[in-house]
Structures are given as C-alpha cells and as structure tokens.
Ligand binder design. Structure first.
Ligand code: G3I
Length: 393
C-alpha cells in the first residue's frame, strides 16, 4: 500500500540553495568546483553517490530512471557509467518492442533486451518492460501475417514468451501502450489500432490477463501520452483513459499502474495543473500506482538560439511539472525518455525540425554527459516531493 508520510519539510531538503542552473563536471564521484553558466555563480556540488538522481529519489521512496538505447550501452562506456551512477530503474527505448523482438513470425531475437536486463542485474537496477502491445513498432511481416483468426494466438504467444522470459526480473511492464485516440471517433475513445480491429476492445483484457499469467510479479501498466495538459483535447483523452481504466478494474483485469508518458513542451501557452492532478487522484482511488514513464521537454517552440537560455527554460518546465506530479502520493517512479541530448528521439533525422541548426536539448545531461539545469531541477523536485513507501521494492 502507498503510505503518505507527509510532505518533506524544508529542513530535509538536500542541496537546498543550489542555483537552479548549477552545473558540475561529470563522472567524478567527488566534489568539484565548477563554473556555471555566465549568469550563475560557481557552486560546489557532487552529482554522484549521495548527489545522484537515484539517491535523491530514494530518499523519498521514488525510483528514477531513463530509457536506454542498447547500441549506446554496448559501445559507450561513459553512457553505461551514467546509467549505473544515476538510475534505479531502466527501460529499453526500443529493444523490447515487437519490431526488435520479432524478426520473423516464428522467431524471437532477445539479444538487445537480454543485454539490458543483464546490465541492470549487474548494477542492481530495476527494469521496466516497454511494451507488449502497441499499434506502432510492429514488424513488417505483421500486416500480412496476423489476421482476425490468429491475432489472439499471436498476442498471447508473444506475451507468454517475452514476459515469461523475464519472469521475476521485471519491476513492471507496459502491457498496452497508447490505446486511446479520440480521433478514432468511438464512444469509448479506443484507438482503431490493428489489435482493436482484429480483436475488439477485449484485446486489452487479453493482454493484461496473459501478462499476469506470464509474470505474476511485474506491475502491469497501461501507458498513455497526451494527457498532461489542461486543454480540451487532453481533458477528453484523460476522461477516455479513466473510462478505460475503470472498465478494466470493474472486469477484474489485472492492472497495477498507469504510465503518464510526459512528453511535454517548453515555451508554449500550454499549462498543466488541475487536469493531471485530478487524473492521478482518480488513478490512486482505483488502487493504481502512477509512473512518469517517458519525460522529456521539447524546446522547438523556443525562439532562442542561446543554449543557456534554452536549458534554463527547459529546467523550469522540469521543475514545474515534477513539482506538480510529485505532490501526488501515487507517483512512485519518474523516468526520462533518454539520458543525454546526444541521443534523443526528438532529434531523429526523420522528424521535421523547426530549428535545424539547433538540436533539441530535452534531457537532464548534455551531449557530453554533463548535468544540465534540468538535472538539478529533477533533484530539487525529488527533494521537495513527499515520501512514499514503494510497493514493489
Ligand atoms: O535502427 C534503425 C536503423 O537501422 C535505420 O537505419 C533507421 C532508419 O529509419 O531507423 C532505425 O530505427 C529507428 C529506431 O527508432 C531506432 O532509432 C526507427 O526508424 C524509428 O521508428 C524508431 O523510433 C522510435 C519510436 O518510438 C518508434 O518505435 C524511437 O526511437 C523511440 O524513442 C520512440 O519511443 C516512443 C515510445 O516507444 C512510446 N511513446 C512515445 C515515444 C516517442 O515517440
């Protein structure tokens, strides 16, 4: 059970008084005096060990983590070191999706997924699985092979094989990802995904029940995006998402948590607050934990080319958003969708870039793994949040 121990008093804050924009040399393990951005004073700060994200999070019963690109994990020791120093939970950015795991209808390819689980085990880090059922990242053979007749078998076989392989090793699984889409025009808000078209709304029930059978210990999660902001579109999506979660609970479908992806934006007129607060409280009242599963801050609406100003604006969004969500006791994990600005889906060349000469900087570390203002904003927000007792520790 989640237990609210009350808000942390200011006296317990670690690192209080650090400038929001403080920077530190990285990979040191000891205190360094470093120069911050020109407008900020130099500070002494330690960012590993007791100064790490995971230490600050753990002090309040929170897990913190990041999405991992396995090719980088294999090729870049500095990346691996940041992962082991900073995070208490990891998730594969792509390696556990159908497209990565299923080279052919009758074959599985677990190399990259196994590498993440092994790395996490060696470093005593928890792992989230992402994901077992989604309308994207399906292999090319899917559309010409999976039919109404065999879809249930493909789905259950996949989940039994994948969740079964890592049975007892996973903190949680995103069992179904992004099932809601108001634009599909249905009264229940469900997306007309391939799974929906072949199996109807029951595909969610099937996926969750199979996941529980495959791994009774993992926290089974429904993961969604576009439910963070206080605008009409996202309010409607929150309502549809809650409607879905209530239906699943009423049908005794095993469901333990809801993931709020949290791909949010700097510099827009969007605002968050009451909508997400009420959403999280409703999830808690259903007995669900809440995970912030994929946080990053898109800066393409910022006019500025001054990197320090961009980073400052991004950090402010981290601070505001995390302060808002961490006031909710059901939130037990915060993960960012990547580690450093050197590798982020937002800079994928396939995406149209508003500022082609200014790559996005959405993550807590820069391209050289130096902590940015966003790193310190995360730590400060963890410090200000309330303490929780982790259910699945
Ligand atoms: O690895 C291939 C490479 O060999 C090839 O040359 C290249 C050409 O397109 O593609 C590479 O694969 C790309 C892969 O990312 C690895 O970079 C895929 O095209 C690309 O579609 C894939 O995008 C991923 C996307 O999900 C779709 O699966 C992103 O990395 C990943 O960050 C993104 O993550 C999603 C979450 O799963 C769900 N929530 C939203 C989030 C962001 O879109």
């Amino acid at each position: 059970m989640l237990t609210r121990r009350g808000f942390i008093s200011t006296g317990l804050r670690v690192g209080a008084g650090l400038a929001a924009g403080s920077a530190a040399t990285f990979l040191s393990g000891c205190a360094h005096r470093v120069a911050g951005p020109a407008t900020l004073p130099s500070v002494t700060n330690q960012i590993t060990g007791s100064g790490s994200l995971k230490a600050h999070a753990a002090a309040h019963g929170l897990l913190t983590g990041a999405a991992v690109a396995i090719p980088l994990l294999r090729s870049d020791p500095a990346y691996a070191r940041v992962l082991s120093e900073q995070y208490s939970i990891l998730v594969a950015e792509n390696a556990m999706k159908w497209k990565a795991l299923r080279p052919a209808p009758d074959r599985f390819s677990f190399g990259e997924a196994d590498a993440l689980v092994a790395f996490a085990e060696q470093n005593s880090i928890k792992v989230r699985g992402h994901n077992l059922c989604w309308h994207e990242a399906l292999p090319d053979w899917f559309a010409v092979t999976v039919t109404k007749e065999n879809a249930r078998q493909f789905l259950t076989d996949h989940i039994m094989n994948v969740a079964g392989r890592y049975k007892g090793k996973m903190h949680s699984w995103d069992v179904v990802n992004e099932a809601v889409d108001a634009k599909s025009g249905r009264d229940d808000g469900l997306r007309k995904s391939p799974w929906f078209e072949m199996l109807g709304p029951d595909y969610l029930d099937i996926a969750f029940r199979t996941a529980r059978e495959a791994d009774p210990h993992a926290l089974l999660t429904y993961n969604e995006y576009g439910i963070e902001y206080d605008n009409e579109e996202e309010a409607q999506k929150r309502a549809f998402t809650l409607q879905l979660l209530r239906r699943l609970k009423a049908a005794n479908v095993p469901l333990d948590a809801v993931g709020i992806q949290s791909h949010i934006r700097a510099g827009s007129s969007y605002s968050f607050g009451n909508g997400i607060r009420e959403f999280m409280a409703s999830a808690r009242q259903m007995g669900l934990q809440v995970f912030i599963t994929e946080m990053d801050v898109n800066d393409d609406e910022l006019p500025d080319d001054d990197v320090a100003k961009v980073d400052h604006a991004i950090a402010a969004v981290y601070r505001d958003y995390l302060t808002t969500v961490l006031a909710e006791p059901a939130v037990t994990a915060v993960l960012t969708w990547g580690v450093s600005d050197g590798h982020t889906w937002l800079n994928n060349p396939m995406r149209k870039q508003r500022h082609p000469n200014r790559p996005q900087r959405p993550l807590p570390f820069d391209e050289n793994y130096r902590p940015k203002e966003a790193f310190f904003a995360m730590r400060d927000s963890f410090d200000k949040g309330m303490s929780r007792n982790l259910v699945n520790d």
